[in-house]
Design a protein around this ligand. Structure first.
Ligand SMILES: NC(=O)c1ccc[n+]([C@@H]2O[C@H](COP(=O)([O-])OP(=O)(O)OC[C@H]3O[C@@H](n4cnc5c(N)ncnc54)[C@H](OP(=O)(O)O)[C@@H]3O)[C@@H](O)[C@H]2O)c1
Length: 241
């Protein structure tokens, strides 16, 4: 589908990749609903993009219900799930609350929100975008996050097979220069973080071309292809990446 003129929802629009996507949709999608938890940052994005802000926590039933009700009011054809949290560190140091938080924000929330919006998106013959991560192929030191993103990628694959009338795109970025990296304690020089707007541009191009998956930067796709075609080689190389 083309986002031009289609009503759209962008979650996680108060920061980073979601904010960049909202800025690119401004004036193209009408109306545009944006969500986030931080009212100040979300309202600033809404003011700059002419969007309808919905402040709330998507890991709660009430938070998701508020978003669904805004979509009922304004319509929805394009859904971009960009909200998410990271977690890094050895799995031996992960506590129960962190596992719950990551799975709730990165897996349960987008699946539940998609379920609630699915009838409207199907009617609109719309498009759903899941911002996953290259961690979906399995990254050491990010086991829970990798599991959530891999499950989200597979959820998208299943939806795509089940409902050809709805476009489904999974976005798999590497490191992206957003506040997410500092919160997660990213301290590597490789791969170099890309700007959030580069992910936003690739995402909207993928929607227009109805691409199943898009890796940002594109060369990261090699890792996924090697993992699928030669898992033994992948396992030997992965610790060095
Ligand atoms: N940055 C990277 O290197 C990178 C790489 C690969 C994939 N990703 C994925 O890209 C997506 C966007 O990340 P980003 O880099 O843009 O991070 P970010 O700048 O930290 O933004 C995350 C967004 O998600 C929202 N959010 C988080 N938990 C939420 C919750 N429980 N309810 C509602 N909103 C919630 C945040 O809202 P508030 O700020 O208002 O709380 C914020 O708008 C995430 O799914 C992340 O996993 C990021």
């Amino acid at each position: 589908m083309t986002p031009d003129g289609a009503p759209a929802l962008v979650t996680g629009a108060s920061s980073g990749i979601g904010a960049a996507i909202a800025h690119r949709l401004a004036g193209r999608s009408a109306p545009l609903v944006v969500t986030g938890r931080d009212a100040g940052r979300l309202n600033a994005v809404a003011a700059a993009t002419g969007a309808h802000p919905v402040v709330g926590d998507l890991t709660t039933t009430a938070g998701r219900a508020a978003v669904v009700s805004a979509c009922d009011e304004h319509g929805v054809g394009l859904v971009v799930h960009a909200a998410g949290i990271g977690a890094a560190g050895p799995f031996s140091g992960v506590d129960e609350a962190e596992v719950d938080a990551v799975l709730a924000a990165d897996l349960v929330a987008p699946v539940q929100l998609t379920r609630a919006l699915w009838p409207a998106v199907r009617r609109a013959r719309g498009h759903v975008v899941f911002v996953a991560s290259i961690a979906a192929i399995g990254v050491a030191g990010e086991a829970t996050y990798s599991a959530a993103k891999a499950a989200l990628r597979t959820f998208a694959d299943a939806l795509r097979l089940e409902e050809p009338a709805v476009g489904v795109t999974t976005v798999l970025p590497g490191a992206v220069d957003t506040p997410f990296l500092a919160r997660r304690g990213y301290d590597r020089s490789f791969p170099r973080p890309v700007p959030a707007d580069r992910v936003a541009a690739a995402t909207l191009r993928a929607v227009e071309r109805d691409r199943a998956e898009v890796f940002v930067p594109r060369w990261l796709q090699v890792a996924s292809v090697v993992q699928g075609a030669a898992p033994g080689v992948f396992r030997r190389c992965a610790p060095r990446l």
